[in-house]
Design a protein. Structure first.
Length: 193
């Protein structure tokens, strides 16, 4: 497995180094924050900490993707993102990690670096809960097949520079099994290469 990962990393680096002038291959990595909307009653019930008033909450995440130019306005994307929702009050906590892998198309309609993307997503959520009334609970949802829609402004597009920021927003719809769905709304800033 290590040899396979090493080979993949070597090939990605070789493509990146050979594509510097033509920008056929690129990648970006970034930080995000947002709002996860859970429909799972187990998660919603565990978030009673929020309703009790005195709580702390941090929602932060990260994302990365590789892009391959198909033609001038279209790119193929392969990526992943993670959104962490940490809620706590004293020793009680309700933490959720939402992670997904996705593949899709990014299109530039000709308005500078503005672009839109649509992608198929495969994701899962892991929950870590603890309160005075119950023991610690660690659970994970089923893997779900969903979709990801994004809007981004890429400052590198059309530029001769090699590295610039991008600002964006995405919405990810993720089925979790048992007729439950998560809706993830996220904003991000990334470095595009």
């Amino acid at each position: 497995m290590k040899k396979l990962l090493g080979l993949c990393a070597f090939l990605a680096l070789a493509f990146e180094l050979s594509a510097k002038s033509s920008k056929i291959v690129g990648f970006d990595i970034g930080l995000s924050s947002g709002l996860p909307v859970y429909s799972d009653s187990a998660v919603s019930d565990s978030n009673e900490l929020v309703n009790d008033g005195d709580f702390n909450r941090v929602i932060a995440g990260g994302l990365f993707d590789f892009s391959f130019r198909l033609c001038e306005p279209l790119k193929l994307l392969l990526g992943a993102d993670l959104l962490c929702d940490f809620i706590w009050s004293g020793s009680d906590y309700s933490n959720h990690l939402d992670y997904a892998f996705w593949s899709g198309i990014k299109a530039y309609p000709g308005i500078g670096g503005l672009n839109c993307s649509v992608a198929y997503a495969l994701g899962r959520r892991s929950d870590f809960r603890n309160n005075d009334a119950a023991d610690s609970i660690i659970s994970s949802s089923s893997w779900g097949n969903g979709f990801r829609l994004g809007v981004e402004y890429d400052f590198l597009y059309g530029s001769s520079r090699t590295c610039m920021p991008a600002l964006g927003f995405y919405y990810r719809f993720m089925p979790r099994g048992n007729d439950t769905y998560d809706n993830i709304f996220s904003v991000y800033i990334s470095i595009v290469r």
